[in-house]
Design a protein. Sequence first.
Length: 419
Amino acid sequence: MQTHAFAAFEARARALDAADPLAWSKAEFHHPEGLIYLDGNSLGLLPKAAVARMVDVMQREWGEGLIASWNTAGWFTRSLALGDRLGKLIGAAPGQVAVGDSTSLNVFKAICAALGLRPGRRKIVSEASNFPTDIYMMDGAAQLYPGHEVKLAGRDGSLEDLIDEDTALVALTQVDFRSGRIHDMAALTKRAHEAGALVMWDLAHSAGAIEVDLDGCEADFAVGCTYKYLNAGPGGPAFIYCARRHLKEARHPLIGWIGHADPFAFSVGFEPAHDMRRFLSGTPVVLSFAPLEASLDIWEKVDMAELRRKSLSLTGLFIDMVDQFASRHGLALATPREERLRGSQVSWSHPEGFAIMKALIADKVVGDFRAPDILRFGFTPLTLSHADVVEAVRRFERILESGAWRAYGAGREGGALVT
Ligand SMILES: *Cc1c(COP(=O)(O)O)cnc(C)c1O
């Protein structure tokens, strides 16, 4: 990139950082020395306060309180308390979100609950580009419900054509994990409802990344992760949303004692809890809640409209800068240029993407690679400045100009890119 062009981008970054209302949040997280971390969409940074919170849960709540902490420390109700706090970030009024289990399991529970609410309809509609675990869980559910089948846009027809009067559920991931393309939640939910179907939104790459209004869109079900943009750490529990209007009727087959109306009655027959606890199966993962609590303390201070503005200015700066040399080096933008359609990540395709990403990681710019040819960069507005974007691009260009990536070989060498 020409020196004067680079200087202009540096000036733009300085101005944006100086006016950034979210600049305070970067210091709330631990940043490994010298690293520019553009993978917070896969595993978010550690909130500094999470360490003390974890120690407190271990020493005070567990060490001292022992079993009494189920009541005195609120362990038993923590899943729903955290659900209400998290709900504020995704447009869910209290009483509709539970935190627990994994996203995969919650996908399954939400699918089954939806199928139960639409008896006689046989189709689950999704997309071939959806995250594999979502599709596998749909296949698994379809096998258990006789006559049901999964129809995938991109394989079996278009989304528009597949949604019809035989559709029980439209199950989509709002932000595509490869390209970062955003689905119009309001429009697609409306389209599904017009056909008499229900919707389930996977918010894995939405929660903490973009503004989400589940209640406003009249979504039926939603699920998502906390270890990505929400910084709850590896093993961070997932969440599940069920619209209040469905709560009384919604059932799923993974009924465990924690979802019972009165778990400590230890009764033979199952009666679902009257609140979101009915979506939980087993004992809450209390230790894994600790980092999420610390993270939500930070998120509570974040205005989601400001978050979205910063996300777009980070990704916009990155795209504009890489555009300067992309075509010369065979990089093609795989993320929508249109802001309305762009999540909080930027993906470039390149046939040697795996080797380039390895070289970038060696140069302490951590993004990731998604087969077959996607270099993926996540931009987490709470943990990044525009100056970080400039420095990341400087190293990116240097690697391409020098051809340093060629030393990292071609092909994926049979494994995932572990950083
Ligand atoms: C990351 C991700 C998941 C992960 O599911 P786990 O059960 O946490 O492994 C599920 N769905 C989507 C769309 C994802 O991006």
